[in-house]
Design a protein around this ligand. Sequence first.
Ligand code: PSU
Ligand code: MN
Length: 294
Amino acid sequence: MRIREEIINALKNNLPVVAFESTVIAHGLPYPKNLEIFRNLENIAREMGCIPATIGIFRGEIVVGLTEKEIVEFIEDSPVKVGTREIPYVCALKKSAATTVSATAKIASLSGIKVFATGGIGGVHKGEWDVSQDLLELSKTNIIVVSTGCKSILDVKKTLEFLETFQVIVVGYKTEYFPIFYNGISSYKIDRVDSVEHIRNIYNIKNEISINGSILVANPIPEEYVISEDEMKKYLSIVEKEMDAKNISGKDVTPYTLKRLVELSKGKTLEANITLLENNAKLACDIAKSLVKL
Ligand code: PSU
Ligand code: MN
């Protein structure tokens, strides 16, 4: 594992560091917009006084803090998508791989990073058994993950029940309903927090009483980017039929769905995705800064 020197120094000196995942860049967003978004997220972090750490596997090496040059080469490598359990496999083959929420959370926490910003977490899919490693990783790894809840294609109720069974702390930032995108919020109630100080206190208490696992901070999508449930249903029924016909399953479901939604919505879901990623990056930075305050 290689951690960029700036990040090692920041962690040593108690400066705020925020991790970002690489699956959303490599598999969740179209090229070359994805590169622009990567740069945007890193710039937002810097403008807010934090050090960004984009995580991925680059030619067999786990990298915490991919550089601009590396991320370009990384995307050219057409990296596969890996959750935690696939990390050893791709490293042994010296391949490049994009890390999902599970893999990124695991690597970030191993390197001492406490806050991680993403778009949406994986969850329990509708229909036959398909449960993301993200959920299990969140129950084992000590990190604060800021996300816009999860996508409405998932079984939101079962996802929340899973998180409860595995004792993952879930809080809504300025909302008591679990957010989903692109519809805004679901009808499922969660605990509400209204400040980053509250999140910091929950984090400290959780650690004092040795509750293992993450805090999932669910940050809703801004109102202007909400797409109505009816409109989403229309797109999703098309995507589901296509996936059935093409036999798309397992880890290809999310990337395929994201790509088709962008096309079917004529870019609306892409705009929403970009905004929510930026929004989550900002909240993650505020949390990271609050954690390093003495
Ligand atoms: N949900 C999104 N956008 C994404 C992902 C999920 O709205 O980019 C990505 C994340 O990296 C997440 C992964 O960790 O997909 C989950 O994939 P799976 O369901 O195969 O575990
Ligand atoms: Mn899956």
